[in-house]
Design a protein around this ligand. Structure first.
Ligand SMILES: Nc1nc2c(ncn2[C@@H]2O[C@H](COP(=O)(O)OP(=O)(O)OP(=O)(O)O)[C@@H](O)[C@H]2O)c(=O)[nH]1
Length: 208
């Protein structure tokens, strides 16, 4: 029988992207790596992580969780379990986790979950990364849909929900407001580059 090839063998540096469906994760990964992770991927239905490898670096796109049209709740639970299992099993290798949220709707989504006495999966994942000691960046996407006059207040509210005491500007080393639609990913790229530099992996700069 043919030996199963481990596509991640030799990988030393993993940048993991996680986020609810439709938050713009694929757009961000495309904007950062120039690679399209969505090829052959049915939106919201892919259960397996997608990898983009460059030498010993891998960028991993986890399946989107939450909204999946036509997908039953049971399957959504399976997706969540698989995401959690992937993170737990690979925590030692994951150098950076980027949790992508839709800044325009995040607080409303959290409110809906809290009204049902439930913790949103985004918040659970953020806490899981913290527990596992994974360096985590919060990418707040779709800032074009937030009024300029409300941006600071919204970012403060988001940080508060994730256990980071406002004002959000105290957390500039881990919070990146971005707009993938306009290609404005400067703050996120800078934070990833900062980590690569700290890990003496400047050789991977060109990748970001
Ligand atoms: N207004 C706005 N829309 C965006 C932005 N980034 C992405 N989108 C749109 O949001 C939708 C979802 O983007 P994707 O990149 O496919 O999101 P995803 O999180 O990978 O989605 P899944 O495949 O379902 O997990 C698309 O219609 C994008 O054009 C943004 O910064 N602003």
């Amino acid at each position: 029988m043919a030996k199963k090839v481990n596509e991640l063998e030799g990988v030393n540096y993993e940048v993991l992207f996680a986020g609810r469906s439709n938050v713009g994760k694929s757009s961000i990964i495309r904007g950062i790596t120039g690679k399209n992770v969505k090829v052959g991927k049915r939106p919201g239905v892919t259960l397996k992580p997608t990898h983009i490898r460059n030498s010993d670096l891998v960028v991993t796109d986890l399946p989107g969780f939450g909204f999946m049209s036509g997908v039953k709740d049971r399957k959504q639970d399976i997706v969540k379990d698989q995401i959690v299992r992937y993170i737990e099993q690979n925590a030692d290798r994951i150098s950076i986790a980027v949790l992508v949220i839709d800044g325009a709707v995040f607080l409303d989504v959290v409110k809906r979950w809290e009204e049902r006495n439930e913790i949103p999966i985004d918040i659970e994942l953020f806490e899981l990364f913290r527990e596992l000691g994974v360096d985590t960046i919060l990418a707040v996407n779709k800032t074009d849909k937030i009024k300029d006059s409300e941006l600071n207040e919204t970012l403060d509210g988001i940080c508060d929900k994730l256990g980071m005491l406002p004002p959000w500007k105290q957390w500039l080393d881990s919070v990146a407001p971005v707009c993938a639609k306009k290609g404005d990913l400067k703050s996120l790229k800078a934070l990833i580059r900062q980590r690569l530099h700290a890990a003496k992996r400047d050789d991977l700069f060109r990748y970001f």
